[in-house]
Every structure is written in structure tokens, then in C-alpha cells.
Design a protein around this ligand. Structure first.
Ligand SMILES: [Fe+2]
Length: 227
């Protein structure tokens, strides 16, 4: 099996008081680990066992007969990015590479916060809120249930779990309070900047490898694809 067991990048109590230890314990062990174990049981002994997690997601999404497996695999991926989209004493204004692109796309931090918060409120029922890289710019979008933007060709930079199990113990049904805590106290902008830097590096490599036509301007890398 090429896919590694899920791991948290910090201790369960490290996000307190923004997210309680109990919430993270239940969330990691009773949700992501269960999805991982079920996914593993379904691929063991098949050719799917040889795929990476992102390959498995893309292959199973294309086949309706494999959508149960797709949902488990997508939930493993989504939660991996979610854990890494937060850090102890995170939140606040963005810095680094992601800050430049946020300014370019949204104009101000306040407008980004408004659009991100509005998108979370507009998502009916369980799902995910994403900041993604699409065709050379940032976009905010939501997916329902286990859906992941990977299968649309977008590059996820940050993920926020909108299932009630992510916030009910701490905020009951007040999703907006949870989104506020994520933005003000938890979000890890370094994750988004690092993923953007990977996209830029991958695109520059491809641009450099392609022969330039006579008279063609040198194009600064701005878009690309990465898992
Ligand atoms: Fe979750």
C-alpha cells in the first residue's frame, strides 16, 4: 500500500481553546481513521493498492461503481489538508506568497474574510470550504459531503471541514463562530504559501523545458497543476 496512515501535525490539545482536545480526538480517530481503515480494506489485494491517494481519488471518482471507495479516499485527503490548514496560534493577516495573491484577487483581507465566511454560511448541510488555485488565480468554493476539488482540476491550498462533527462540541450549531475562530486563531497561511510555491516551481520547470517560439515573450509562471 502506497498510502500512509493519517497523522496529526500537532498534539490533540494544541489548538485549544479554539478547538477542544475532545473534538480533535473524536474527529481524527472516529472519522478520518475510520475512513482510512475502510478505504484500506477495499483496496487491499487489488491493483488499486498501487496508486497514490490522489490517483485513487481521481480513478474512483470517474467510476460510479466505486463511489463508496471514492468518498472514503477523498475524506482521508480532505482531512489531511484540513489538519495542515491550521496551527497553534495561527490566524490573522496572511503573509508571504499567499498574501500577494489574496491582495490581487480580493483587494483586502476584509473582503476575503467576508467572501470566505459567506461561502461557509451558504453551504447547506455537510461539506467542505476551500481556498484553491484555479487557472492562475485564487478561488473560494465549497463541496458537499466528501467532495474534493481535486477532481475538478483545482489545486486545494486550504481546507475547512464544514461537517458538524468538526465544531458541534465546541460551538453547537454556530458554524459562523467556528469559521471566525479558524480565520482569527487557527489558519496556517504557511501551508497555502508552500503549496503555491510548489505550483510556481512546477510551472516554471515546464515552461523552461518547452522550446520558445521566435518572438514569443517570456511568460512568468502563474498557473499549474499539483495534487
Ligand atoms: Fe471531518
Amino acid at each position: 500500500m502506497k498510502i500512509e496512515s493519517p497523522a496529526m501535525p500537532y498534539n490533540f490539545a494544541d489548538l485549544e481553546p479554539s478547538i477542544s482536545r475532545d473534538t480533535l480526538v473524536f474527529h481524527f480517530l472516529r472519522h478520518q481513521r475510520v475512513c482510512f481503515d475502510r478505504m484500506l480494506a477495499m483496496v487491499r489485494g487489488t491493483e488499486l493498492e498501487l496508486l497514490s491517494l490522489t490517483e485513487l481519488i481521481r480513478v474512483t471518482e470517474r467510476n460510479p461503481a466505486q463511489h463508496v471507495l471514492y468518498r472514503y479516499a477523498a475524506e482521508v485527503y480532505n482531512h489531511d489538508l484540513y489538519w495542515n490548514s491550521m496551527r497553534p496560534r495561527g490566524g490573522g493577516l496572511a503573509s508571504g506568497l499567499i498574501a500577494e495573491h489574496l491582495r490581487e484577487r480580493f483587494g483586502s483581507h476584509e473582503r476575503f474574510v467576508r467572501e470566505f465566511t459567506d461561502a461557509a454560511s451558504a453551504q447547506f448541510g455537510s461539506g467542505w470550504l476551500w481556498l484553491v488555485w484555479r487557472a492562475g488565480t485564487l478561488e473560494i468554493l465549497t463541496t458537499s459531503n466528501a467532495g474534493t476539488p481535486l477532481v475538478r482540476g483545482d489545486v486545494p491550498l486550504l481546507a475547512l471541514d464544514l461537517w458538524e462533527h468538526a465544531y458541534y462540541l465546541d460551538h453547537q450549531n454556530r458554524r459562523s463562530a467556528y469559521v471566525k475562530a479558524f480565520l482569527e486563531e487557527l489558519v496556517n497561511w504557511d501551508t497555502a504559501s508552500a503549496r503555491l510555491a510548489e505550483i510556481t516551481a512546477a510551472t516554471e520547470t515546464r515552461v523552461a523545458a518547452r522550446p520558445r517560439l521566435a518572438g514569443e515573450p517570456v511568460v512568468r509562471a502563474a498557473g499549474g497543476r499539483m495534487p
